[in-house]
Design a protein around this ligand. Structure first.
Ligand code: FAD
Length: 273
């Protein structure tokens, strides 16, 4: 439970963070809220040579209405996202899901950028970003680029970010009044989802049903063809590869996915304006 040796550096600006990352090379890691990286370091599943603390970069903590989309700074903590009046009124799916992450301590330290960059298929916000059609903004040695959520989650705990690239902002198109729902099945309120479902209009994404967060494409196609919630939800496990673990076999998660997708679609329809 003790991390290996590493060099700690604290960045006081985005530019400095990028410079420190460039100097640190491939074995440098950014530290945001530390609620995923530090446990991994303690278990020695991560062993960065250099840890660059970006946790005090206030310039990356904001939620702004930019007209066509809402911009959320990567260092915005889950609690701020959950309590944002702007998000509650314009993107309630994101505010609601952030409010279901872990416990109050986790929500005050963990950040939206850290959660997305960590690319854990069992985390809530990656699937939410897929359902919302979010765009990630990253800054690195070769400048700034935008990455669609669809292209961001490369594999298990692997995002499209290159070494030294910093996720700076998440852009969320404003939903058009279509209904939404976030369903999360846990044993205890503070746990990660055994299975989760994010619905925004006709977009449906699944938590913990594969090695990355995934779109429930077969459900989306059934909805587009006019199926009702029950029929569309019966396709929820198609194309998934749910993990088997102490929570149960794959078939258990597949059953949960069908049940939760149905609930989510029914709730989303009841909320549509
Ligand atoms: P860190 O731990 O600091 O970083 C995580 C990774 O992302 C590291 O590799 C880091 O280098 C990288 N990184 C961080 N920020 C950036 C950036 N801006 N640009 C590039 N790379 C970056 N999550 C859920 O979704 N649902 C839950 O129910 C849940 N429950 C939890 C319960 C507990 C007890 C704990 C400890 C965590 C839980 N989490 C849960 C995870 C939590 O949401 C983490 O805060 C989140 O996954 C990581 O965010 P962070 O800011 O702590 O990132």
């Amino acid at each position: 439970m003790i991390p290996g040796p590493f060099t700690y550096q604290r960045a006081s600006s985005v530019d400095e963070a990028l410079q420190l990352a460039a100097d640190g090379g491939e074995d440098a890691k950014f530290l945001a809220g530390g609620h995923s990286l530090v446990p991994l370091m303690k278990l020695r599943l991560a062993a960065p040579d250099t840890v660059i603390d970006i946790g005090r970069l206030a310039e990356l903590s904001y939620i702004r209405d930019e007209g066509s989309h809402i911009a959320v700074g990567a260092l915005t903590c889950h609690d701020t996202v959950a309590r944002s009046g702007l998000l509650e009124s314009r993107v309630p799916l994101l505010a609601n899901a952030a409010g279901q992450i872990g416990d109050p301590q986790v929500r005050h330290r963990g950040t939206i950028g850290g959660s997305l960059a960590h690319a854990d298929p069992a985390a809530d916000l990656p699937a939410v970003s897929l359902a919302l059609g979010a765009t990630m903004v990253a800054r690195g040695p070769s400048g700034t680029r935008q990455i669609a959520a669809e292209d961001f989650f490369a594999s298990l705990f692997e995002s499209a970010l290159q070494p030294g690239e910093l996720l700076t902002e998440i852009r969320i198109p404003k939903p058009d009044g279509a209904g939404w729902s976030f369903q999360k099945f846990t044993k205890r309120a503070i746990d990660w989802a055994i299975v989760g479902v994010a619905v925004q209009g006709g977009s449906v994404a699944l938590v913990n049903m594969g090695s990355t967060p995934i779109r429930a494409t077969a459900v989306e196609q059934a909805l587009a063809a006019g199926s009702d919630a029950a029929d569309a939800a019966s396709h929820a496990a198609e194309g998934t590869s749910a993990p088997e673990d102490f929570n149960g076999p794959r078939a258990y998660r597949e059953h949960l996915a069908r049940v939760l997708v149905r609930r989510a679609l029914e709730e989303a329809r009841s909320r549509a304006r």
